[in-house]
Structure formats: C-alpha cells, structure tokens
Design a binder for this molecule. Structure first.
Ligand code: TYM
Length: 328
C-alpha cells in the first residue's frame, strides 16, 4: 500500500553533503512510489533571526536545489512551510500537549541555548512541536531524515500517542524515521567535528565549484601519519572514511582501508580521491541548480501548485483535530 512520507529542510543556506545523503537521496527514491510531501521549513529557520532578504533568497535557492537533485513536482508535493497556515493552527493546538520539562531536555534545544544564551526564545523551545506538526499534518508513516533528527521524531511519536490517548482516537499515525540504508546517517564535518552543518562552517555544498571542493578537502584535519599496523583510526580520520563510504565505490574504500592497516596511507592521495569522488556527485547537480535558479516563472509555478496540494491535505487534518478537541 502507498505510504505517506514527509520531510523538510531549513533554508539557512545552500544544501550540503549532509543534507544530500541524510535526506535528499531518500526523497528522490521515495517519491517514485509514495505519497510524498517535501517542504522548505522557513518558519523553523526564524528561531535564529535570519536577515529577511537572505531568508527570501535562501528559500528560492533551496527550492532550485531540491529540483536539481531530482525532486519531481509531478510526483511529490513540494511546498514552502509558511504557505500552509493550517500548520500554524495545528502547532498552536499541539502546543497544549507539549510539556515544558520535556522540551527543555531536548538535545538540540540545550545545544542551541548553550551556543546562543542571548537568544533562547520560545520558538526555539517549541521547535520540536512545530516539527511534529509538519509531520502529523499529513499523517506521515515515514520521515526520511539524518541521525541528528532522531530525537525530534521520537517526540513526534510521543505527541501523536498522547493526543490519541487523550481524545480516545487512533487518528494520528506514529511516524517512523527512515533511511534506505536502514541506519540513519550522520555525515561528519571536515574539521574533525561530529556533524557537517551550515552553522558549523565545515560543510561542502552541492553548489561548490570543483576547485573549492578540492581546497576544502585538502584542508581537512589530519595528522603526521600512522606508523604502526592495524591501529584504530582517530575520529578525524574515521570521518574522512565515513564520507568516502557514501561518495566512493566499496573497492576504493577497501583500498584506502588496507593502506591504513599496513601503515602505508598517504593522506594526500586519500584526499585527492575523496575530492574527485565528491565532485563526481555534485558537478551534475551544480550545473542544473544554476539553470533552474534563473527561471523565476518556473519556480513560482511549482510553489503555487505545491501549496495547493499541501493545503488540501493539511485542511483535512486540521478539521478533524478541531472536531476531536472540541474547537468549532
Ligand atoms: P536541517 O535543515 O538541519 O537538515 C535537513 C535534513 O538534512 C539532514 N542532515 C544531515 N544528515 C546527515 N548528516 C548531516 N551532517 C546532516 N545535516 C543535516 C537532517 O537530518 C535533515 O533530514 N528540523 C529539521 C527540518 C525539519 C523537518 C521537519 C525534517 C522541519 N520540519 C519535518 C523532517 C520533518 C532540520 O533542522 O533539518
């Protein structure tokens, strides 16, 4: 039976390899056989108060990047979150079932609050409720995301279950995280840190020129080299292998792994191969992005058609939720 799939990306900049392998690769495959909703989470990005002009152009960039990666508006519903006002209403209603204690314990909240102590706003606190709304508003079965979103998904299931229990219904489906490779993926940064991210400044973007990709990979953190056989890899070297596992063929990964185990690896060769294989993935996408971005009329049409389709689905849900909660 056809499953409902929902996922989104914040328009805080261009898409990077983490977004691509954590989310986009799954979006593209899933649109073939499922009822898919893929959106641009512009309300979510407001928690960090982006420059309004930048936000507007980032929404357009990400939409062009979605299409260039292979998302097809004929197959999936592609829309901008803020076009669907039903989401704001459902967010308000679900907030009544989200408790302060659990919101304060969310890892992403604690992390952002620590990094930006002067901007711990209520939108940041209730970020997981808005994300749950995005998913529940279409009653999703599956949510293709990277590993960083696992906790948010767990909270979404809690809210769905809590709502169902409270109103004696089975209206909300409990959505599952999804990755075609089974395990949720985390693409690391090039600076030895755990996660590739826009705000971490350690990302390779789909739009990057080949020479910039070469430069970034060349600068990735390494050390003076391994001198003994079969040593465990330090995190920053393991990270390069993790990226290699998604962009390169298994025999290339095996080759460098063998060199590592024989203590014969030359980081220069590893990086050259890694850059080459990243460019193989990104180059065809990059050229499409630039063509699509130039076509405003085409983008506007996709936005309008996507909003119509998403609104139809969201308004069915909100009508039912109002009824269940007793709101006329
Ligand atoms: P965002 O915008 O940070 O990232 C979008 C998608 O990319 C994945 N991702 C990664 N995957 C693997 N390794 C990485 N280094 C990496 N960085 C990002 C994320 O897991 C995500 O799938 N809260 C979400 C946006 C959102 C959403 C939703 C997603 C809002 N509502 C409803 C799914 C369903 C976010 O900030 O993702």
């Amino acid at each position: 039976m056809q499953k409902t799939v929902v996922s989104g990306i914040r328009p805080t900049g261009n898409l990077h390899l983490g977004n691509y392998y954590g989310a986009m690769v799954n979006f593209i495959k899933m649109q073939e056989e499922n009822r898919c909703f893929f959106f641009i989470a512009d309300w979510h990005s407001l928690t960090t108060h982006p420059d309004p002009t930048m936000l507007h152009s980032n929404v357009k960039n990400v939409l062009a990047e979605y299409i260039a990666c292979g998302l097809d508006p004929q197959k999936a519903t592609i829309y901008i979150q803020s076009d669907i006002k039903e989401i704001a209403e459902l967010y308000l209603l679900l907030n009544m079932h989200a408790y302060l204690g659990e919101l304060e314990k969310t890892v992403s909240f604690k992390d952002k609050a620590r990094k930006n102590p002067n901007n711990v706003n209520a939108g940041l606190l209730t970020y997981p409720v808005l994300m749950a709304t995005d998913i529940l508003v279409h009653n999703a079965d599956f949510v293709p995301v990277g590993k960083d979103q696992e906790q948010h998904l767990e909270m979404t299931r809690n809210y769905a279950q809590r709502f169902n229990n409270k109103y004696g219904t089975d209206f909300f489906t409990l959505p599952q995280p999804f990755n075609f490779g089974q395990e949720l993926i985390k693409i690391p940064g090039l600076d030895g840190s755990g996660k590739m991210g826009k705000s971490e400044g350690n990302a390779i973007y789909l739009i990057d020129e080949p020479k910039d990709i070469e430069k970034k990979v060349k600068r990735a953190l390494t050390d003076s080299g391994v001198t003994e056989f079969n040593q465990p890899k330090p995190d920053y070297i393991e990270n390069l292998f993790t990226i290699m596992k998604v962009v390169s063929s298994p025999d290339v990964v095996q080759h460098f792994d063998d060199l590592w185990n024989r203590a014969e690896i030359r980081y220069g060769d590893l990086k050259k191969q890694l850059a080459e294989d990243i460019i193989k993935t990104t180059a065809p996408i990059r050229s499409k992005i630039n063509d699509i971005k130039a076509n405003d009329e085409f983008l506007s049409r996709i936005i309008e058609e996507g909003a119509d389709k998403a609104r139809q689905s969201a308004s069915k849900t909100i009508k039912e939720v109002r009824k269940l909660m007793g709101v006329r």
